[in-house]
Design a protein around this ligand. Structure first.
Ligand code: ANZ
Ligand code: ZN
Length: 837
């Protein structure tokens, strides 16, 4: 077989690997283990996007590299297959979501397999499989039994287009994450998970994780821990008290009014008759705004006076109580003490409504034009005068405690997780509503609770799930009293299945437990998790939460599920537009000298780098690329495009370049002779340097520079008339994780038996590398005066000596006095000198 028929090689080697079950991991690892996990895809009807293989290739490189380093590697793949698209398709066509899902999965599997990724397909899972969701439901029951799932009628984010409630995390800029429709607020009965009970642990345990800084920061912000105090104000002439949360108890002397959220229950009691209409009108107006709009700093402030007054506990002053939508009911206590002098929003509000402003932190600029939010000395503040903000906070908290009107308090922005969806294609929530016994959990031996077969998937739009129409399924008997009862009709959100799938891969066929504890101890936690940065909060926070619950239940033995996390960058593409702004697809374009011309008219088109989308006609189809270039070029190009985490555009010229490189290897393999003579020193050193560099680069996710150094190495060895077998083999081994099919083919056809992943990863000879001579420049006062040869490993002192021994340097230093010598090892020697006095 000729080695340049890449598609044939792909098929042949993939079949060999499959026959050998080469990537099956043992039930229990025998030695060192490595769990390498990809974020599993949602099998959409559109098939694989070229963005998918970017992460998958990285995890595959890591997997093959670890296998060659003697690890037992767990590297699985599966399907996150519940969700709206299949259901919306079912509504439109009447085709059951299970049918669509099944078909899409087959297509995804075929596409992924054609990339030759080293997955253990025996462990494939599918979140919509009852044998899988049985355990998703089981975990829900554990949450329920621990009091971490509760029912509540709450205002939720309602998407009128998807006709379902959404979690806060699914709302972006007030719009539905899925369909972009503006979100409304609606009161609905919901199942809610008490993720807030884990807020502190979710925050604390981020320490110790090898995750991207930006993702850690996003999680921290989302959890949003604030330290401050609660202060209780007496309502004037009433029994009622109003408690606020503040991060600035030090400013209490500057509190000149209070604001309660329009939803605050105290309004029912404290508003005097003459203000009732105004307050009620304002409440109606506020109800239609999203929290995000309400919290917007730049928004014009609105509000009304409630007619009530409160007493500032620190000085007995009567201050007005207002209501305004800039105070949210869902945060702190839903009420604030307003300190306009030192809070921007309070300042804007006070200016608009002519409320008093008392400066209590001294500053140069004062508070004539704006609030001062910095640190300074306390003024106008009785016993705090002269102290700084930090000390004043502590002292005020002491005082509040002593007087019994407040205490130190920590709050979190994190909200409980709305865990119910009014849709069909999700895991049924395994609960029963009994008129006698209330909410009763389904006994565990009745799991899985399967979705009923249905013909009509249309959501009612009343807030009830389509499941409510499955009368036979809904009507059941109470597991507790045996009387007539009804099933819960809400389903779980799409995030449920992905909260624990990494555990199921360890033990995918277990019907006694989600995962055998012995196996979990051996394979957990995930050593490296790779996937998109768009999951920085949602999935990654939910999964951490479930993991901690499972940790408390003794199901898992580590506090965190994913030790190391890396995100791939977004793959963009060039799109081309004509003068009128219309997009043109690649098949309509002639590419000449780096320019693009419309085939029909010859008009030059202007390129732009954009997200791939059908409307921009710039979608790259993985099947086309595979058919044209084969899997190795495809994989390797994706790794070569740029830094792994960076977003970068797909470029046909780039994949051509990689393909040429692979073809050169094919040609070289066919012509090169073998020798037993030793390598020239230069080649030997480069070989070792390449081993060291590729090893380090794989460990650090620098796949693009690893490929560059393999190219440099190949250029050097391809110049040799004959090559040593071990050098030839080393090259194949290093290249294998990047281009597994071609390297395996060459390995096999050049007389070796077995498979490359069974070969030991090459080791670099560091002593040899350090024997390399490098030429470094010697500068005097910024001008290069000579170049000297030194060992790459030379010490600063040795380099200095070599420089000063140079005749040219000596000559240039005549009559000069050396002030300073700066040495950068293996790079440069820089001498600073001045004329002798
Ligand atoms: C008085 C004060 C004075 C405040 C000052 C700030 C500066 P973070 O840091 O985000 O936790 N606040 C409290 N509850 C609120 C609610 N439900 N809706 C809107 N705002 C609320 O913010 C805490 C601060 O935000 C609190 O501290 C409170 O205003 C306001 F110079 O109290 B502060
Ligand atoms: Zn009952």
């Amino acid at each position: 077989m000729s080695t340049d028929n890449f598609q044939e090689i792909d098929k042949k080697q993939q079949a060999r690997w499959e026959k050998e079950n080469l990537f099956a991991s043992p039930r229990l690892p025998k030695g060192k283990k490595f769990y390498c996990l990809d974020m599993f895809p949602y099998p959409s009807g559109a098939g694989l996007h070229v963005g998918h293989p970017e992460g998958y290739t990285a995890s595959d490189i890591l997997t093959r590299y670890k296998l060659m380093n003697g690890f037992d590697v767990l590297h699985p793949m599966g399907w996150d297959a519940f969700g709206l698209p299949a259901e919306n398709y079912a509504i439109a066509t009447g085709i059951h979501p299970a049918v669509t899902t099944h078909k899409n999965i087959d297509n995804f599997r075929r596409q992924i397999k054609s990339l030759g990724l080293a997955y253990d397909w025996n462990r494939e899972i599918n979140t919509t499989d009852p044998d899988y969701y049985k355990w998703t439901q089981w975990i829900f029951l554990q949450l329920f039994k621990k009091g971490l799932a509760y029912e509540s009628i709450v205002p939720i984010n309602w998407c009128p287009s998807c006709k379902t409630g959404l979690a806060n995390e699914e709302v972006f800029n007030g719009k539905c994450e899925r369909c972009g429709h503006p979100i409304e607020r609606r009161m609905l009965r919901q199942w809610i998970l008490k993720i807030t009970a884990y807020a502190e642990r979710l925050l604390e345990d981020l320490d110790g994780l090898d995750w991207p800084e930006s993702t850690l920061a996003m999680q921290k912000n989302w959890i949003g821990k604030s330290k401050g105090a609660e202060v209780t104000f007496q309502i004037d002439g009433s029994q009622d008290k109003l408690t606020v949360f503040t991060t600035r108890p030090d400013t209490l002397f500057g509190a000149t009014y209070m604001v309660v959220s329009p939803e605050h229950p105290i309004l029912q009691r404290i508003v005097p008759p003459e203000q009732k209409d105004a307050v009620a009108a304002y409440q109606t107006q506020a109800a239609n705004k999203s929290d995000l709009e309400r919290a917007d700093l730049n928004k014009e402030k609105t509000g009304v006076f409630t007619g009530a007054y409160a007493i500032n506990p620190v000085n007995g002053k009567k201050i007005p109580v207002w209501t305004s939508d800039y105070v949210l009911m869902g945060y702190g206590t839903g009420a604030i003490m307003a300190v306009p002098a030192h809070d921007e929003r309070d300042y804007a509000f006070a200016k608009k409504f002519g409320l008093e402003i008392i400066e209590v932190i001294a500053s140069e600029q004062g508070v004539q034009d704006a609030a001062f939010t910095g640190d300074g000395e306390l003024i106008n503040s009785g016993f705090l005068n002269g102290l700084r903000v930090r000390e004043s906070k502590a002292k005020m908290i002491e005082w509040l405690k002593e007087k019994g009107v407040g205490q130190g308090k920590t709050t979190y922005k994190l909200r409980d997780w709305v865990f119910a969806r009014q849709r069909y294609w999700g895991e049924p929530i395994p609960l029963v509503h009994c008129p006698q016994c209330g909410v009763v959990p389904l006994p565990e031996d009745q799991l899985p609770l399967r979705l009923p077969e249905m013909k009509n998937f249309e959501p009612s739009g009343t807030g009830e799930s389509p499941l409510a129409n499955a009368t036979e399924w809904v009507n059941t008997t109470c597991p507790h009293c045996g009387g007539p009862a009804t099933r819960e009709t809400n389903t779980m959100p799409q995030w449920a299945g992905s909260c624990w799938y990494y555990l199921r891969y360890m033990d995918p066929h277990n019907d006694k437990a989600p995962v055998d504890p012995e196996i979990e101890k051996a394979y957990g936690p995930v050593d490296c998790y790779i996937g998109g940065a768009e999951h920085a909060v949602l999935h990654l926070l939910y999964a951490r939460f479930w993991h901690k619950v499972l940790y408390d239940l003794g199901v898992v033995h580590t506090k965190e599920p994913f030790q190391k996390l890396r995100h791939q960058g977004m793959i963009l593409a060039f799109s081309y537009r004509d003068k009128l702004g219309a997009y043109h697809g690649y098949d309509e374009i002639d590419f000449k000298d780096g320019k693009a011309y419309l085939k029909t008219t010859g008009e030059e088109l202007s390129p732009m780098v954009e997200k791939m989308s059908k409307s921009k006609k710039n979608v790259i189809n993985p099947d086309d690329i595979l058919a044209q270039y084969g899997a190795d070029a495809f994989r390797m190009y994706e790794m070569f495009m740029g830094p792994f985490e960076a977003s970068k555009p797909w470029d046909m010229k780039g994949i051509e370049g990689i393909s040429r490189f692979l073809r050169r290897i094919v040609a070289w393999n066919e012509s090169v002779k073998l020798t037993t003579a030793s390598n020239p020193q230069k080649v030997e050193i480069l070989k070792n340097k390449t081993v060291a560099k590729v090893t380090e680069d794989i460990e650090n996710f620098h796949f693009n520079t690893a490929i560059s150094s393999l190219m440099v190495f190949f250029n050097e060895i391809s110049k040799l008339e004959a090559i040593r077998q071990d050098t030839f083999d080393t090259f194949l081994k290093l290249l294998h994780p990047f281009a597994p099919h071609l390297t395996e083919e060459i390995w096999q056809t050049s007389g070796h038996s077995g498979f490359l992943v069974k070969q030991p990863w090459p080791e670099a000879d560091q002593t040899l590398i350090s024997q390399e001579m490098v030429e470094v420049g010697v500068q005097i006062n910024g001008k290069v005066r000579d170049r000297v040869k030194v060992l790459a490993s030379a010490s600063k002192e040795d380099m200095e000596q070599a420089a000063l021994a140079s005749g040219k340097v000596k000559k240039n230093l005549e009559g000069m006095e050396i002030k300073k010598i700066i040495v950068v090892p293996a790079r440069i020697i820089s001498i600073i000198a001045a004329p002798k006095k």
